[in-house]
Design a protein around this ligand. Structure first.
Ligand code: GLY
Length: 561
C-alpha cells in the first residue's frame, strides 16, 4: 500500500503511469471550481493576463449565475489571497452579519425553546449578505481588472442563459418542497408551468442579470443601496424579516490575518474567526503531527482512529470557544499551539475510542502566549486564491428576493439559537456564538493555502458544513503524509467526526475490515453520502500546476493553460 501511493513525502507530483487518478497539468495558470462554465470564464481572465484575484472574483460572480444552490450574491464567505512573491497571505472576511434588530432569543419561543426551522426557512434566517462587498474589496486590493470586467461574463450567462446540466435539474427537483412555497423562487428557477428545466435546455435569469448590471454600473452601491437594496428591504418587510436599508448600507467586509500553523515543515494558512475552519485544521494537524500517519497508512484503522480522536477534541473546543472575534475573545494562540496539542495527545488512547461524553472543551488558555462552493486559482506569477462562499444550505433559505432574482442565505442558523442546541449540522454552540446585532455567525469554511519553502504549494478548500474542516484536513494529510497526487488526494474516501454525535461518518470505499477494527476499539461507524467537494491546485517548485477537481460534484472542473 505505502509503496503504491508514496513514501509519505509528496516530493513531486509527477503523473506516474499506474496511478488511478490524474490531475490536470499546466504551466501558466489553473482554475478549479465546482462548475465548468465558471472555470472557463475565470481561465479566460488568466489567459488575457489577469491575475489570480481577477479570475477568482470572475468565478465568484459566474457561480452566482450557474450554480444557484451555492454560488451567490445573497450570501457570504471568505477569500485567502497568498502572493506569489512570498509576502504574507491575507484573508478577506465577507461573512454575513446579523441585522441590527437581531436578538439573542430570536429563534426561541416564549418558553425558551428553539422554534424548529425559524433560523432556516424564514426571512429571519437571512444574514446581511457580504459576497458583493467582499469580492469587490478583493478586486480593489489585489486585482488588475475592473468590477465591470469581472461581472461581464456573469451578466452574459444570466442574460443569454446557459445549458443546464443534469445536476442543476436534479438539485431543483430534490429541493422543490421547500423552494416552491415562495412564488419568486418558483418563477425564477422553474418553468412557467412549474416544471424543472431539463438537462440540455437553456435557462435564463433576466432579473439576476439586471441586478448584476446595477452592480456593474454603480459598484457595491448598486447592491447595498438603490434599487436592489430596496427590493431586499421590501422582501423583508412583507414577510417579517429584519434586514433594513440601514443594515445593507452599513455592511463592511473585513481584512483579517489568516490563522497560521505548521505541519511537518509546511506552512499552513487558513481562515481565522469568524470561521472556526483554520483554527481547528491547525489544531488537528498539530495533534496528528505527533503520530506516524504515513506509516499508519491512508484510511487504515490506526489512521482513522487517530484522526477521529483528534477531530473530537477540536470540535469539543469549537463548541465553547469559537465565535466572532469582533465580539468575543477567542483563545486562538492557545488552540493552535503545539504545546496545547501535546497536552491533548496525552489523553488519546491509541487503541480505545474515548466516548464523546468523556470529552469536553479543553483549556487552551495556558498556551495563550503572544508568540504565536470552494474555488482555487493560481496564476503564472504564483499568486494563489482560495475562496469558499455560501448561502448555507443548498439554495439557502429558499427565498428569492422578489424582483432581484437571487436567493437569500439562511446563515443565521450558524449562530447558536440556544446554547447546547445543535444547528442543522449537529454542531453545538455556546455563549461565544450567540446571536448579537451586527455579529458574524461562526463558520466552518476553511479556504487554505499551504506553503512549502515559503512558496505557495497547495491551494484547497471545500463546502460541506461541519465537514468542511475534516475534508480540507484530509486533503492536506493525503498530499503531505500519504504522498498522493492532488487528484487522488481529493478523490479517495473521507471520514468525519465532530465530537457530537459520537460517530465516525465514512464515505463508501472504507474497507469493512477497517470498520470492524474501529468498532472493536469502541467507535460507532456510520455510512453516509459523499462529503465535501474540494477543488484543489498543487503548484510544484518549478511552477508546474496540477489541478484536482472533486469527482463528488459532476460539474466540478479544473482547467489550466
Ligand atoms: N454555513 C456553513 C458554514 O459557514 O460553516
Amino acid at each position: 500500500m505505502m509503496l503504491l501511493i508514496g513514501s509519505g513525502q509528496a516530493a513531486g507530483q509527477a503523473i506516474l503511469e499506474g496511478e488511478r487518478f490524474h490531475p490536470v497539468t499546466a504551466s501558466q495558470g489553473m482554475v478549479a471550481t465546482s462548475h465548468t462554465l465558471a472555470t472557463e470564464v475565470a481561465l479566460e481572465v488568466l489567459k488575457k493576463g489577469g491575475n489570480a484575484v481577477d479570475a477568482a472574483v470572475t468565478a465568484g460572480f459566474a457561480l452566482a449565475v450557474t450554480q444557484p444552490r451555492s454560488g451567490n450574491i445573497g450570501g457570504g464567505g471568505f477569500m485567502l489571497v497568498s502572493p506569489g512573491d512570498g509576502s504574507a497571505p491575507e484573508a478577506i472576511d465577507y461573512r454575513e452579519k446579523a441585522p441590527a434588530a437581531a436578538t439573542e432569543t430570536m429563534f426561541q419561543d416564549d418558553a425558551g425553546n428553539v422554534v424548529p426551522n425559524r433560523s432556516r426557512f424564514t426571512h429571519l434566517a437571512a444574514g446581511v449578505p457580504g459576497t458583493v462587498a467582499g469580492l469587490a474589496l478583493a478586486l480593489e486590493r489585489h486585482g488588475t481588472i475592473s468590477l465591470q470586467q469581472a461581472l461581464a461574463p456573469a451578466i452574459k450567462l444570466a442574460r443569454e442563459g446557459f445549458i443546464v446540466p443534469r445536476r442543476f435539474t436534479e438539485g431543483l427537483e430534490e429541493a422543490r418542497g421547500r423552494l416552491e412555497r415562495w412564488p419568486a423562487t418558483l418563477s425564477t428557477f422553474y418553468k412557467p408551468d412549474g416544471s424543472a428545466w431539463q438537462p440540455g435546455e437553456r435557462f435564463r435569469q433576466p432579473e439576476l442579470a439586471a441586478t448584476l448590471q446595477r452592480i456593474s454600473d454603480q459598484g457595491v452601491k448598486g447592491f447595498y443601496e438603490g434599487e436592489t437594496a430596496r427590493l431586499i428591504a421590501a422582501e423583508m418587510e412583507r414577510h417579517g424579516g429584519l434586514i433594513t436599508l440601514e443594515d445593507l448600507k452599513n455592511y463592511e467586509p473585513e481584512v483579517r490575518q489568516p490563522v497560521h500553523g505548521t505541519y511537518r515543515g509546511y506552512d499552513i494558512y487558513s481562515m481565522s474567526p469568524p470561521s472556526s475552519g483554520g483554527t481547528h485544521i491547525v489544531q488537528i494537524l498539530n495533534i496528528l503531527e505527533g503520530y506516524p500517519m504515513a506509516e499508519f497508512g491512508h484510511n487504515s484503522a490506526d489512521g482513522i482512529h487517530h484522526m477521529a480522536e483528534a477531530m473530537k477534541l477540536a470540535y469539543a473546543d469549537r463548541s465553547k470557544y469559537l465565535g466572532d472575534t469582533d465580539y468575543v475573545e477567542v483563545p486562538l494562540l492557545g488552540l493552535t499551539s503545539k504545546a496545547y496539542a501535546e497536552s491533548l495527545r496525552k489523553g488519546i488512547d491509541p487503541q480505545r475510542a474515548t466516548p464523546a461524553s468523556e470529552i469536553g472543551p479543553g483549556d487552551p488558555t495556558p498556551w495563550e502566549s503572544p508568540e504565536t462552493t470552494h474555488f482555487s486559482v493560481v496564476d503564472k506569477w504564483g499568486n494563489a486564491v482560495s475562496n469558499t462562499y455560501t448561502i448555507n444550505f443548498s439554495y439557502g433559505s429558499g427565498i428569492t428576493v422578489q424582483g432581484a432574482g437571487f436567493l437569500l442565505n439562511n446563515e443565521m442558523d450558524d449562530f447558536s439559537a440556544k446554547p447546547g442546541v445543535p444547528n442543522a449540522y449537529g454542531l453545538i454552540g455556546g455563549e461565544a456564538n450567540k446571536v448579537e446585532p451586527g455579529k458574524r455567525m461562526l463558520s466552518s469554511m476553511s479556504p487554505t493555502i499551504v506553503r512549502k519553502n515559503g512558496q505557495n504549494w497547495l491551494v484547497t478548500g471545500s463546502p460541506g458544513g461541519s465537514r468542511i474542516i475534516t475534508t480540507t484536513l484530509q486533503v492536506i494529510l493525503n498530499v503531505i503524509d500519504h504522498g498522493m497526487n492532488i487528484q487522488t488526494a481529493v478523490s479517495v474516501p473521507r471520514i468525519h467526526h465532530q465530537w457530537l454525535p459520537d460517530e465516525i461518518r465514512i464515505e463508501q470505499g472504507i474497507s469493512p475490515d477497517t470498520v470492524r477494527i474501529l468498532e472493536e476499539r469502541g467507535h460507532t461507524v456510520v455510512g453516509g453520502s459523499a462529503m465535501g467537494a474540494i477543488q484543489s491546485i498543487l503548484r510544484e517548485e518549478d511552477g508546474t500546476l496540477h489541478g484536482g477537481a472533486d469527482p463528488r460534484r459532476s460539474t466540478s472542473s479544473a482547467m489550466g493553460y
